[in-house]
Design a binder for this molecule. Structure first.
Ligand code: MN
Ligand code: MN
Length: 473
């Protein structure tokens, strides 16, 4: 067995001066065991598939944990916890710190929406004795991945009397499933010659929902009417009510452990519920922090962050302004001193496609949470580029908390890329950094993360919220 002083002078120098990037399991083999309980909780969270379902799930939890609905004009005391619900699609939670808000707030934002198939306003039609829902996909998807998989239906329907009915079908074991059919291979000679973007057309993303006719010869669309009858009996809705609905189809898979070693999680919607859960758990566990902590569930990230619930909306800044108003603070003074983690997933290096990754600067499954100084592509277009000071500050907090992490660029410089909400936040003069976990098969109906990465992201956020280190830049 080699003794410590057997190391050569060069080896010692190497240890001191060079980065060694390795799977966390190599160094901390027991960590997976520690991450298992976290994985169980995380899988529960993932069963809620839309931003509305995440809000519905978390509000009772925060209330139980002692959070009170935010009341304008209240001078909250250190340790007080408040929440704010924006249109049942965003939640903000906040724990007041000992320092005044003008010393800065520690913020983390993650989006609870994921790519899916939204129903069109007139979705229901019948063809060849079958009934379907027409969809318009939400977010960036490879359309061919969404055929011949079990789908579930989620959302709300608002009736003209103002009542809103919630719909979830296809998640319980006893529920029926739905699907989009694909052409049989025997007749697909032409189809499979097409580029992948055209193998399935947007207008072919029609969900099969029924095939049994209503027993009345005088009716024309018997299958369609029978489906509407079933929906009317269950939810009290008519066809016109689809026009004031937000319904969508999501993959019906249940979140599961992945791998014989159970080291990973496979589930729909981990982009970005993996970060939502980490920041939610970290913020709600924060007690009497030095600096005020704040967590935001964002919506509409997958379609450009527009609308009143996207991060381009002022809802979160208005909230900060309203909180600070009790002391007469200007919101700009709070923003200037604050720090924000824009928490979103990154692409994990996939050995099946080495040509799109730059091995030294992309992120790897199982090497810890990934910090991205910048996103964007092709000349850093449309990116928040965190300053050296901001990166240094975060590094020092992670080092102090002994949370291993890695850097991550989203693929090679000229290959592609993608943006995050970091630029919607930093535009308000907040130092912002992207942080998340590496994901395999991002935006596919089933995405893969490493349990240890997921767990360490939560640890990293806890460290940020708990840190007493002043941000003096
Ligand atoms: Mn994302
Ligand atoms: Mn995404």
């Amino acid at each position: 067995m080699a003794k410590k002083d057997d190391k050569s002078a060069g080896q010692k120098l190497e240890e001191k001066l060079l980065i060694k990037s390795e799977a966390i399991g190599e160094k901390k083999n027991g960590l997976l065991e520690e991450a298992q309980a976290y994985g169980e909780e995380y899988k529960k969270f993932l069963e809620h598939k839309t931003e509305r379902e995440i809000v519905d799930y978390t509000i009772p939890i925060v209330k139980k944990l002692g959070y009170k609905e935010f009341v304008y004009g209240t001078k909250y005391k250190p340790g007080d916890k408040v929440y704010f619900n924006n249109r049942n699609k965003n939640i903000i939670t906040m724990t007041f710190g000992k320092k005044p808000l003008t010393e800065g707030v520690r913020i983390s934002v993650a989006h609870a929406d994921s790519p899916r198939l939204d129903f069109k306003p007139n979705p229901l039609f019948e063809a060849t004795d079958m009934a379907f829902f027409k969809t318009h996909y939400y977010g960036g998807i490879k359309k061919y991945q969404w055929t011949t998989i079990p789908l579930s239906i989620h959302g709300v329907v608002t009736l003209t009397d103002g009542k809103t009915v919630k719909v979830t079908i296809g998640e319980d074991d006893d529920d029926p499933a739905f699907c989009i059919t694909d052409l049989l291979i025997h007749l697909a000679y032409d189809q499979v010659q097409k580029p992948a973007a055209k193998v399935i057309d947007g207008e072919q993303l029609n969900i099969l929902i029924g095939s049994w006719p209503l027993d009345d010869d005088k009716v024309q669309s018997k299958v369609k009417l029978n489906i509407m009858k079933i929906l009317n009996e269950k939810y009290g809705i008519t066809e016109a009510d689809f026009q004031s609905a937000e319904l969508c189809a999501c993959p019906a898979y249940k979140p599961k452990d992945l791998g014989l070693d159970r080291s990973m999680i496979s589930a729909y919607g981990q982009d970005d519920k993996v970060c939502c859960f980490a920041q939610f758990k970290a913020e709600t566990e924060t007690k009497n922090p030095e600096y005020t902590s704040m967590m935001v569930f964002a919506d509409k990230e997958e379609t450009g962050s527009d609308g009143p619930t996207g991060m381009r909306s002022v809802f979160w800044k208005d909230f900060l302004e309203d909180v600070g108003a009790a002391w007469g603070y200007s919101v700009r003074h709070i923003l200037r001193k604050s720090l924000c983690l824009s928490c979103d997933v990154n692409a994990a290096v996939d050995p099946g496609w080495p040509e799109v990754f730059e091995a030294r600067n992309c992120s790897y499954l199982g090497r810890g949470p990934v910090v991205s100084k910048y996103t964007g592509s092709r000349g850093k277009y449309s990116t928040n580029d965190a300053s050296a000071e901001t990166m240094g500050y975060l590094r020092s907090i992670l080092e102090e908390a002994e949370v291993p992490w890695q850097v991550g660029e989203l693929g090679k410089v000229d290959v592609g890329g993608g943006g995050t909400i970091a630029s919607e936040i930093s535009i308000h003069n907040i130092d912002t950094i992207d942080m998340g976990v590496p994901v395999l098969s991002m935006h596919a109906p089933m995405e893969v993360t490493s349990k240890v990465d997921d767990y360490l992201l939560y640890k990293a956020m806890k460290a940020l919220f708990a840190s007493k280190k002043a941000k003096d830049f």
